[in-house]
Design a protein around this ligand. Structure first.
Ligand code: B4P
Length: 183
């Protein structure tokens, strides 16, 4: 199974991914986690990415696309994978399509977690990660609306999008996702 999780920052992507990967026995690929691991290890990629992350901007597409291209070749992806936070721009979505086609793989669904903006800000301020300060959060939301929303239009044309109400408890949201994926 190949799934994509889309949602604004704080929408619950990483949170839902933890349960979904176990349920479907697939690899969990979070571009945010991969970037943060690079920042922590002080790699060249991490140094470059960190400048964008601190401002709430998207890390350049070419860096992200190369990272994903290598990651989906790893053995643990044999049973499928869950992309958490990728693609976040139209060029990333187009690049993913090309990668999947090259490997004769097919995307099953795009799960779109929908959460009110006030709730997003409340969750992120509560978490308090390095990029969870008010100014950066505001920019991340703007970037989501401008650059990531078109990705949903792209996948709607392929009839892949499952819109999920992401408000409420983590378990309630999870139940809605499972139900939508089983339909
Ligand atoms: P990410 O790591 O993807 O961070 P995020 O969008 O904030 O979402 P995350 O998955 O972590 O949080 P969640 O909503 O689960 O990206 C960080 C940065 O990396 C980006 O700004 C960008 O710079 C860069 N980046 C990543 N991918 C990229 C790409 N493809 N291209 C370019 N740049 C990229 O959870 C948030 C909080 O809400 C948690 O505290 C959680 O406990 C809480 N929560 C979740 N569900 C809840 C619920 N139902 N009720 C109450 N609280 C809930």
């Amino acid at each position: 199974m190949i799934l994509i999780l889309v949602g604004a920052p704080g929408g619950g992507k990483g949170t839902q991914a933890e349960q979904l990967k176990t349920k479907y026995g697939i690899a969990h690929i979070s571009t945010g986690d991969m970037l943060r691991a690079n920042v922590k290890e002080g790699t060249e990629l991490g140094k470059e990415a960190n400048e964008y992350m601190q401002k709430g901007e998207l890390v350049p597409d070419d860096l992200i696309i190369r990272m994903i291209e290598a990651r989906i070749q790893v053995d643990d992806c044999g049973n499928g994978f869950l992309l958490d936070g990728f693609p976040r721009s139209l060029p990333q979505a187009e690049a993913l399509d090309a990668m999947l086609e090259k490997q004769s793989l097919e995307l099953d669904a795009v799960v779109n977690l929908k959460v009110d903006e006030e709730e997003l800000v409340r969750r992120l301020l509560g978490r308090g990660r390095a990029d969870d300060n008010e100014e950066t959060i505001r920019n991340r939301l703007k970037v989501f609306n401008e650059q990531t929303s078109p990705v949903l239009g792209y996948y709607s044309k392929q009839d892949k999008v499952k819109d999920i109400d992401g408000m409420g408890s983590i378990d309630d949201v999870y139940d809605r996702v499972i139900k939508a994926l089983s339909e």
